[in-house]
Design a protein around this ligand. Sequence first.
Ligand code: ST9
Ligand code: NDP
Length: 515
Amino acid sequence: MASISEWYAGKNVLITGATGFMGKVLVEKLLRSCPEVNALYILVRPKAGQSMSERVQDMMKSKLFDRVREDNPEFHQKIIPISSELTQPGLAISPEDVQTLTSCINIVFHCAATIRFDEPLKHALQLNVIATQQLLSLAQQMKHLQAFIHISTAYANCNRRHIDEVIYPPPVEPKKLIDSLEWMDDNIILDITPRLIGDRPNTYTYTKALAECVVQQESGKLNIGIIRPSIVGASWQEPFPGWIDNFNGPSGVFIAAGKGILRTMRASNDAVADLIPVDVVINLTLAAGWYTAVHRPKTALVYNCTTGGINPFHWGEIEHHVMSTFKRNPLEQAFRRPNANITSNYLINQYWILVSHKFPALLYDLFLRLTGQKPQMMRIFNRLHKAIGLLEYFSSQDWEWNSDNMNMLMSHLSAEDRKTFNFDVRQLNWPEYIENYCIGTKKYVLNEDMSDIPAARQHLRKLRNIRYTFNTVLLVFIWRVFIARSQMARNIWYFVVSLCFKFLSYFRASSTLTQ
Ligand SMILES: CCCCCCCCCCCCCCCCCC(=O)SCCNC(=O)CCNC(=O)[C@H](O)C(C)(C)COP(=O)(O)OP(=O)(O)OC[C@H]1O[C@@H](n2cnc3c(N)ncnc32)[C@H](O)[C@@H]1OP(=O)(O)O
Ligand SMILES: NC(=O)C1=CN([C@@H]2O[C@H](COP(=O)(O)OP(=O)(O)OC[C@H]3O[C@@H](n4cnc5c(N)ncnc54)[C@H](OP(=O)(O)O)[C@@H]3O)[C@@H](O)[C@H]2O)C=CC1
């Protein structure tokens, strides 16, 4: 049987969401490990004042593509951007492009989605469900299509504790919801959203569950695979360790902790932190594409792509390794020395928010005001609190995912493919991975230079001295206020001083005797 890269040779691949975090890694891996692939058609929209081609040019300049660039400087010729806005009818693909796609595409990877946890339901539905439906109907017209791979999330069914590799019945019939929301006013939708999403934490997980159902309902004769990754983190090995380019999920939390801004967060020390490296997800996705096309399973196969049941690691351990890495490799211009703690206790968390977040923010903003600058710290903390408030649901509990299909897929791979498309997370060394992850956020998200680490350490020493001085001044000030006003405080003070004096005299006397 042909190896995975042999199978992709000469194939035309369609990718949605190629400009996103996972999409970029998918494009890179295909170009690097399947160099004979014919062409990658990527659906891209213009954004933030940049045209589609400018965006694609920028993407290809990314450091992520360094290894591909080295192997084949002309790699960009294999990437064919197609203009598309997924929220528009017909995905806003021109008739000529539809013609091209339907006549040549062999495999589709659908990665595009809105992954925001606070997305209004109508928009999340538009992108995560209706666009999926439209892409499936385009796929039905593709004459040479061999597989359609849909990227879902392991949290699509997070209202369950144990999650099997099956498509669960949807919380509501997707078609009915689409029809109802079409005529409803935005304010009404906002009001009924909590009732609709029920025991799911946000519109993201809710619409991803509906999307899975749509994939099942509309698949017709297509060969379908559904990949459900858990919390996708920086790369483990490929194209190099620690590649990450965004603040999503834990990355923003790590950065905020490394900068000394985040000091407390609600999370359970003992809950499994189901992180999965992005390269593992992409390797599994490509292998699943190959398997789906070659073996044509009768029903859509779902692959839970998680680590918890195979090689578990916990939030408490993550906290330890993140802190230790940022102490050894500090981020530049930290607000305070990194010292974040997680707690599952609501009241303790609120206490530390007050003492370690709000109080320093108020003081710093006061300092900014006094020096004629614009206060900003409180605003930053408010945004941080909003973000971590949305993540807490995922860090305070754990889930069990069945991963039989992941194991089954691995057993079908040749020894060579297992190496090239490695998704065996038993080999993952967590401490090393977390260290590379944190360093990756420094290098690739914040664009900080590793050669500036001595200066960053010096900055941390300065912050430590400021803290010691501040604490001493505060203690003396409070004490002086109490001593001036209370006889009891004065008595305690004299008692402590005389105790110290007696202790010192005893110590001196005993050391003279021993001489
Ligand atoms: C040591 C501690 C140990 C910690 C242990 C605990 C860690 C727990 C982590 C738990 C993670 C759980 C994730 C669950 C994932 C579910 C899996 C998935 O399927 S889905 C995948 C997971 N999906 C997600 O993770 C999506 C979650 N994110 C969201 O829903 C939204 O971003 C938002 C609501 C948080 C903020 O909305 P809004 O206020 O409108 O802000 P914008 O979005 O417009 O961004 C504005 C600016 O802020 C930047 N920035 C963004 N986030 C953060 C951050 N956390 N921080 C800092 N910065 C952040 C952003 O880059 C931008 O910069 P710029 O361009 O202006 O320069
Ligand atoms: N990141 C994670 O932790 C996890 C992600 N997943 C799933 O993986 C997939 C990819 O996630 P990730 O790469 O992290 O997400 P990103 O937000 O990084 O990427 C989303 C992609 O979708 C595209 N997109 C969004 N809206 C539109 C639109 N209206 N028209 C055209 N394209 C659009 C974006 O394009 P543009 O650049 O133009 O915005 C981007 O390429 C998603 O399906 C997500 O649900 C699952 C589990 C965890």
